[in-house]
Design a binder for this molecule. Structure first.
Ligand SMILES: [Zn+2]
Length: 114
């Protein structure tokens, strides 16, 4: 359950930002999570819901935006996007010479404050 520590990390970031800027509450938090980041969205939501209680993010909704894995293949010189959590070779030509550009992100994209 490393989603618990991720949820804690997210809460720490948004609460600190909120305090620094003088806001009193958080309405929603939008996070971008790559499919290859190894995070289970439901588990993260569950952890967040239980941990936000008694913080200034108590009323906040966590919105998870899943980013697919995409990259470029050096074998067939084309871009690819896959819907799985892992990519080891190019879906077009099966070359292992690939560069992965997205899919590993785990960051706060937006937050709405009051
Ligand atoms: Zn290829």
């Amino acid at each position: 359950m490393h989603e618990v520590s991720i949820a804690q990390g997210l809460l720490d970031i948004v609460i600190e930002n909120c305090r620094k800027q003088g806001y009193s509450g958080i309405e929603s938090i939008k996070v971008k999570i790559g499919k290859a980041a190894g995070v289970v969205p439901d588990a993260l939501l569950f952890a967040f819901e239980s941990m936000k209680v008694d913080t200034i993010a108590e009323k906040a909704t966590l919105i998870i935006d899943q980013v697919p894995i995409s990259g470029f293949c050096n074998g067939c010189k084309s871009n690819f996007t896959v819907d799985d959590a892992y990519v080891i070779c190019c879906p077009h030509c099966n070359s292992f010479s690939i560069r992965v550009d997205t899919g590993r992100e785990l960051n706060v994209d937006e937050m709405e404050v009051v």
